[in-house]
Design a protein around this ligand. Structure first.
Ligand code: ADP
Ligand code: MG
Length: 302
């Protein structure tokens, strides 16, 4: 195996959705000829405001959406993006962690059962091996063995996200896709989950696609960064270069806006909270990069 070969390579990905307005079905180009490379054992951050196509790309990587065009190479081999992924190796090797563990973890199942689900294809099931495997998965994400008998609601948001990560790890993935996985967490908890992901990357040699609309988390964790706007990649390169020295106005705005706003939300005591109008003005200024005609069709999510 060639270690320098990327673990994941998406080329020329196109995806159009059709959205109904009052009169007709209007095409929305969610992804427009997108090329993305995830290096082996590295973290690729994907940033861009809401509606820029980040989740659509993640869904295509995971086989949850089918693109109109484009190719995917996983570990050097072509993945058929139109075939049912269940028949393919890539399904198990690419696992996902979403923003809201409440919707991805069945509230009626104990952690033991939640971890059993992905392991049911393995021979461990119900045996001693199975319990040991669960305990080691929990240990990997920093939870005690006693967590096995508990239900999701008995944990904090950060702990629930750890369970979601353990569940993803149960499949021994090579790639972890985190779609806004820390976006709903408090900043201090966010930092702990980021530290966990960095640890897993190093210990397990995981490669990670880390999607977030907030730049701070992406900056902490990413080796490389992709910046997306309206379904197109506007920048792709080493994190330090893209975020410290952006080449496009769009990235400059994104960086500016996050630097402006985040300190206020982080430390409301210091210097006071800015008037709401000031924050909104900063946001609308940043959003002005987007042509108004395209903006109308984007769902607002954050
Ligand atoms: P992001 O994750 O960056 O916020 P998305 O990938 O969710 O962006 O969305 C990209 C664009 O595609 C948006 O305009 C969104 O409204 C549209 N879109 C995404 N999923 C669907 C869908 N299932 N049906 C129609 N439009 C969609
Ligand atoms: Mg999204």
């Amino acid at each position: 195996m060639d270690e320098s070969q990327p673990i994941l390579q998406m080329t020329g990905i196109v995806k159009t959705f059709y959205v109904r307005n009052r009169l007709q079905r209007v095409p929305v180009r969610a992804l427009d000829d997108v090329d993305v490379v995830l290096r082996r054992g590295k973290v690729l951050g994907i940033i861009g405001e809401s509606g820029s196509g980040k989740s659509t790309l993640a869904n295509i990587i995971m086989g949850l959406e089918t693109p109109d065009a484009g190719t995917m190479l996983f570990d050097g081999a072509a993945v058929d993006l139109h075939a049912k992924r269940s028949s393919q190796r890539a399904l198990r090797a690419i696992q996902v962690v979403f923003q809201d563990p409440y919707s991805s973890l069945n509230p009626r199942m104990r952690v033991k059962a939640l971890l059993r689900e992905p392991l049911r294809h393995e021979r461990f099931d119900r045996s001693q091996d199975f319990v040991q495997r669960c305990v080691s998965l929990l240990e990997m994400v920093g939870l005690p063995a006693s967590a096995l008998e508990k239900y999701p609601h008995q944990f904090s948001g950060g702990q629930r996200q750890r369970i979601a990560i353990a569940r993803a790890l149960a499949m021994n993935p090579k790639v972890l896709v985190c779609d806004e996985a820390v976006s709903a967490l408090d900043v201090s908890i966010q930092a702990q989950i980021l530290a966990l992901l960095i640890d897993l990357k190093e210990r397990l040699g995981l490669s990670i696609v880390f999607i977030a609309h907030g730049l701070n988390a992406v900056e902490r964790i990413s080796d490389d960064v992709v910046v997306m706007n309206l379904g197109k990649v506007v920048e792709h390169g080493p994190a330090g270069v893209v975020l410290q020295n952006p080449a496009t106005d769009y990235t400059k705005k994104l960086v500016e806006i996050s630097r402006d706003i985040v300190p206020f939300t982080l430390v409301p005591g210091e210097g006071g909270v800015p008037p709401r109008t000031e924050v909104l003005a900063a946001i609308s200024e940043a959003v002005r990069v987007v042509p108004a005609s395209r903006r109308t069709w984007r769902r607002k999510k954050w």
